[in-house]
Write a protein that binds this ligand. Structure first.
Ligand code: ADP
Ligand code: MG
Length: 497
C-alpha cells in the first residue's frame, strides 16, 4: 500500500501519512498545559464588570483581590483581552438615550472673528440631542447668564422642543458650585428658566467619560467644518450662516452612531428574513451607497445649477411628437459624452428645449459626471466681468472643467462684438474637449444676425456643429397648451428653424 492509498483510505493528506510512516513511535496527542484555575471563581464577576464597560485590568485586579484572588495580572489580562472588542459596543450603548429623553449642552470657544469691523471673541452654545445626535447651536460674544438663557431659547426653537433632561458638561455657567455632599447648587434664575421650559438640568459627573463627550466632539466638528474660509458681517450673519450650515450639512450627515442604529435595524431584518451573511453585508453597503449618492447628487445638482425638477421621466413625449423619443433615450445613455459631441436643441419658445437640456445634464450628474447649467446672458455677464478684472483666463477655465456645459437661451438677446468674441473663445476652447448642450430659438441662418458678425457666427457654428446632434423641435408651446385648450390664449406664431 502506498502513502497515497493510505491517505485516500483514512482521509488524511499524503504528506501527513509519509511523516507518520517515517516515525518510530506511534503518534499521540501532547498533554496540554494546564489551564489557569485561579481565576475561575472570579470569571463571572469579571464578565459582569466588562458588560458594565470596565476593562481596565488595574481596576479589575484590585476588585478581585479584595475578594480573595491570589493569582497574577497576566492571567487576568489574557482572559479580558478577547472580550474587549466584543463588549465594547454593548458598553457604549448603555449611554444611548431614548427619544425625548436627553440633550447635552455646553459652551465652546469658536475663535476670533471680524464682526461689525472689529475683531471679537465668539462663543458657541451647542446642544446635541442624545437620541438622534441632531445638532443645534447659537453663537454669542459672551458666556454670561443672559447669553446662556438666550442661546437656550434659540436652540430650543431650532430643535423644535426640549427633552426631559439637559446634561451640562461645563458646570460653571449653570451652577454656583457644589454643596458639602458634592451636589450641584444651581443658579436660581437658571432653575426658574428650566422649570418654565419644563426640563431637568443634570450636572455631568466628572470621571465618567462615556456620559459626556457628544457636545465636545460637536464643538470640534463645527470648528473644523463650518468656520474655515467664512466671513461674517456681524453676529446675526454668523448665526444665520451657522443655521444654514446645520440644516444643509451637519444634520444631514449620517452620524457614526446613528449609522449603527441603521445597522441594528438591518440586523433585525436579516434575522427575520434569514439573510445570509453576505446578503446582509450587501444590503448594508447598498444602504450606505444610496444615502451617500443621494446626498452627493443633491449637492452636485445644486452646484451645477441644473433645475432639478426637469427630468426625462417628467417629460411628456406624447405632447411633443416632433421629438424622436428613441434619440433622446439613446442620448440618455450618455455615450455622446465620451465623444465630446454637442447637442443643439432648437425650436420656438415653450417646446421643452430647456427641459431636455436640463434632463440630460441631470442624467450626467447621476452617472457621476460634472455639469454646469447657465444661460447665455449670464455667461456673457460673467465673462465680461472677468475680462474687465483681468480674470478672463481663469473664468474660461472654470467653464472648461465640467464634462457637460449647458448654454441655455442662445439667441434671445443679441450679442455685441466683444460678447460674440468671448463666446467664440469659449466654444473653440471646449471644442472636442467637452460637450456643450445648447438651446436656441434661432435657426442657424439667423446666427449671423444675433451675433452681429456673420464670419464669427460661421466660425462658432463650424466648431459647434462639427461633432453634434441637432434636435429640431416643432410644435406648440407646452406652457400655452392648456391655456389654448381652454380657449384663453392664442399660440404665438412659431418660426420654423
Ligand atoms: P423652452 O426652453 O423650449 O422655451 P421649456 O423647456 O422651458 O421650454 O418648457 C416650458 C415649460 O413647459 C417648462 O416648465 C417645462 O418643464 C414644460 N414642458 C415643456 N415641454 C414639456 C413636455 N413635453 N413634457 C413635460 N413638460 C414640458
Ligand atoms: Mg428655455
Amino acid at each position: 500500500m502506498t502513502a497515497v492509498d493510505l491517505a485516500l483510505e483514512y482521509g488524511y493528506c499524503d504528506k501527513t501519512i509519509r511523516k507518520w510512516l517515517k516515525r518510530e513511535d506511534t503518534p499521540h496527542y501532547k498533554s496540554r498545559s494546564k489551564q489557569p484555575r485561579k481565576l475561575d471563581p472570579y470569571k463571572e464577576y469579571i464578565m459582569n464588570r466588562m458588560a458594565e464597560g470596565v476593562f481596565n485590568c488595574e481596576i479589575l485586579i484590585r476588585e478581585i483581590k479584595k475578594q480573595g484572588y491570589t493569582g497574577g495580572k497576566t492571567i487576568l489580562k489574557d482572559f479580558v483581552a478577547p472580550f474587549r472588542k466584543q463588549f465594547k459596543v454593548v458598553a457604549v450603548r448603555r449611554f444611548e438615550t431614548k427619544p425625548g429623553e436627553q440633550m447635552q449642552a455646553d459652551w465652546g470657544y469658536l475663535g476670533k472673528f471680524l464682526l461689525d469691523g472689529r475683531l471679537r471673541k465668539v462663543y458657541i452654545f451647542v446642544i446635541v440631542i442624545g437620541y438622534s445626535r441632531f445638532l443645534v447651536a447659537h453663537c454669542t460674544n459672551s458666556m454670561d447668564l443672559e447669553s446662556l438663557l438666550l442661546s437656550h431659547q434659540h436652540c430650543f426653537a431650532m430643535a423644535g422642543g426640549v427633552t426631559k433632561q439637559i446634561v451640562y458638561d461645563n458646570m460653571k455657567t449653570v451652577t454656583i458650585g457644589r454643596d458639602t455632599e458634592h451636589k450641584p447648587i444651581w443658579q436660581t434664575r437658571f432653575m426658574d428658566f428650566a422649570s418654565y421650559y419644563g426640563f431637568k438640568p443634570v450636572a455631568h459627573t466628572p470621571y465618567k467619560p462615556r456620559s459626556k463627550g457628544k457636545v465636545e466632539r460637536a464643538v470640534d466638528y463645527i470648528k473644523e467644518n463650518f468656520c474655515p474660509g467664512r466671513h461674517f458681517s456681524d453676529l446675526a450673519d454668523l448665526n444665520q450662516q451657522l443655521q444654514h450650515w446645520l440644516d444643509t450639512v451637519a444634520n444631514v450627515r449620517i452620524h457614526g452612531t446613528t449609522a449603527s442604529l441603521i445597522l441594528e435595524s438591518k440586523a433585525e431584518q436579516a434575522v427575520k428574513g434569514n439573510w445570509s451573511y453576505i446578503e446582509f453585508l450587501n444590503r448594508l453597503l447598498e444602504e450606505e451607497v444610496v444615502v451617500r449618492r443621494k446626498r452627493s447628487l443633491v449637492t452636485r445638482t445644486r452646484l451645477a445649477k441644473v433645475p432639478a425638477t426637469k427630468t426625462l421621466a417628467s417629460f411628456d413625449f406624447d405632447a411633443q411628437p416632433s421629438i424622436d423619443k428613441r434619440l433622446i433615450e439613446e442620448l440618455s445613455t450618455l455615450s455622446f459624452l465620451d465623444r465630446a459631441d454637442n447637442i443643439l436643441l432648437l425650436g420656438p419658445p415653450g417646446v421643452g428645449k430647456t427641459h431636455l437640456a436640463a434632463a440630460l445634464a441631470l442624467r450626467s450628474l447621476e452617472e457621476g459626471y460634472t455639469a454646469y447649467f447657465i444661460t447665455l446672458s449670464k455667461l456673457m455677464n460673467t465673462l465680461q466681468d472677468a475680462e474687465a478684472n483681468n480674470k478672463l483666463e481663469k473664468r474660461i477655465r472654470t467653464y472648461l472643467k465640467p464634462k457637460v456645459l449647458v448654454i441655455d437661451e442662445v439667441g434671445y438677446l443679441p450679442l455685441n462684438r466683444s460678447m460674440a468674441n468671448l463666446l467664440f473663445q469659449l466654444i473653440s476652447r471646449r471644442y472636442e474637449h467637452g460637450s456643450i448642450i445648447l438651446t436656441s430659438n434661432k435657426s442657424y441662418g439667423d446666427w449671423g444676425d444675433f451675433l452681429g458678425d456673420s464670419v464669427l457666427a460661421a466660425a462658432i457654428l463650424d466648431r459647434l456643429l462639427h461633432h453634434s446632434i441637432t434636435i429640431n423641435i416643432k410644435g406648440e408651446s407646452y406652457r400655452l397648451r392648456d391655456r389654448t385648450k381652454a380657449g384663453v390664449s392664442q399660440v404665438p406664431p412659431t418660426k420654423e428653424v
